[in-house]
Design a protein around this ligand. Structure first.
Ligand SMILES: *Cc1c(COP(=O)(O)O)cnc(C)c1O
Length: 398
């Protein structure tokens, strides 16, 4: 009997077991290498087992691993100060996951609504949005497959079409407290809100006295070439959530808010592991590296290179649109062959993700090299062109 049989079934996984990682590469027990353009779902910002994180973990583990959230610890304070300085949002609460950060954002908005807006609680969210897998964040998400899962749903969310300011205006009522969105919808296939919409939405929420909550769990911490995706625009949210990239692979998230909105009182919010020094020490090391202007410029340059090369390949092979910003990129295949491409790519030693039946998503380490991007493109081209003898053929695709 295989050890894996004891794992509760939640998804079908390929047979391969990864035992080692280095930068953009993963290795199986036979030493076969795989080029990783998933990186734990846009999580490993500095790649696999980077020295920065290994050193931060070892140094902090030797000092103190856990003190209790009821006491200060140094890395927690330093990381909070760093995020506040980088974002201009003054207050930070650390979490262990993205869903927990969003859950905290929802709680904070409801608390603020009870104090400042006569008990308003409703949060406007968007179709196809993804905010996590707790009961409240699933209710906030607009994933069609979740519409009737785990009933009854947590009430207080209303889903709107993307990039439609009039729909937002029409949906605002006396119970509305906030609007919540991902600046680029990641799980739905790298689908961006446009900058003008975000700026108009900021103006509208300010005018109506509503909170604007940005879920930057996938787009934050340098992923799009800016520290936070909203920094590409002229707007700033009231609340922002972070996770994924901030931990570089360890479980860490953050709820970040303007001082004027940070209205929790003692007893309202907490958690055993929140802000523990081991994870926040890693977060500090990751943020310090990613926030360097030269690092962010490299993300932008490499993202532009990846998109330009994908566009050229798409044109040559008659595929579809290339979308994205920085190193969060999607390619439309034109046909629902995404999972076939993913399976065939894995056989050839390449990890890519298909968020939608007809699209691929690329979320490499933020320090991926041009040579690695070229290697990925070469393998992808072979997969797409492999006619006849594989499970996928150019005839299938073109
Ligand atoms: C991944 C993700 C989440 C959930 O984060 P977890 O750490 O898996 O709970 C929430 N929102 C967005 C935009 C995400 O990409």
């Amino acid at each position: 009997m295989q050890a894996a049989d004891s794992l509760m079934f939640i998804t079908t996984r390929p047979e391969v077991v990864f035992v080692r990682g280095e930068g953009s590469w993963l290795y199986d027990p036979e030493g076969r290498k795989y080029l990783d353009f998933i990186q734990g779902w846009a999580v490993n910002s500095l790649g696999h087992s980077p020295k920065t994180i290994v050193d931060a973990l070892a140094a902090q583990a030797a000092k103190v691993i856990n003190v209790s959230p009821a006491y200060y610890n140094e890395p927690m304070r330093q990381l909070a100060a760093r995020i506040a300085a980088l974002s201009g949002l003054e207050k930070v609460f650390f979490t262990n996951s993205g869903a927990e950060a969003n859950e905290g954002a929802i709680k904070l908005a409801r608390k603020w609504g009870s104090l400042k807006k006569g008990g308003a609680f409703e949060i406007l969210t968007f179709e196809n949005g993804f905010h996590g897998r707790t009961l409240a964040t699933m209710a906030a998400s607009g994933k069609p497959q979740w519409e009737h899962l785990y009933e009854p749903k947590i009430p207080g969310f209303r889903k709107l079409p993307m990039n439609d300011l009039e729909a937002v205006r029409a949906a605002i009522g006396p119970k509305t407290v906030a609007v919540m969105l991902e600046p680029i919808q990641g799980e739905s296939g790298v689908v961006p809100f446009n900058d003008a919409f975000l700026e108009d939405l900021r103006a509208l929420t300010t005018e109506k006295g509503l909170l604007l909550i940005l879920d930057e769990i996938q787009t934050g911490i340098g992923r799009t070439g800016k520290m936070f995706c909203w920094q590409h625009t002229g707007m700033q949210p009231d609340i922002m959530t972070l996770a994924k990239g901030i931990g570089g692979g360890v479980p860490l998230g953050a709820l970040v808010a303007k001082d004027s909105v940070a209205c929790f009182e003692p007893g309202d919010q907490g958690g055993t592991y929140n802000g523990n020094p081991l994870m926040t020490a890693v977060g500090l090391a990751v943020v310090n590296e990613v926030a360097q202007p030269a690092f962010l410029r490299q993300v932008e340059d490499n993202g532009n290179y990846l998109m330009a090369e994908l566009r050229a390949m798409s044109e040559e092979l008659g595929l579809g649109e290339v979308r994205g910003q920085g190193l969060l990129v999607a390619l439309e295949l034109g046909k629902p062959v995404g999972s076939k491409v993913v399976d065939e790519a894995l056989k050839r030693g390449l990890l890519v993700n298909s968020p939608r039946p007809a699209s691929l998503r690329f979320m490499p380490a933020l320090n991926v090299t041009c040579a690695e991007i070229d290697a990925m493109l070469g393998m992808l081209r072979e997969v797409i062109l492999s006619a006849g003898n594989g499970s996928i053929s150019s005839v299938d695709l073109l």
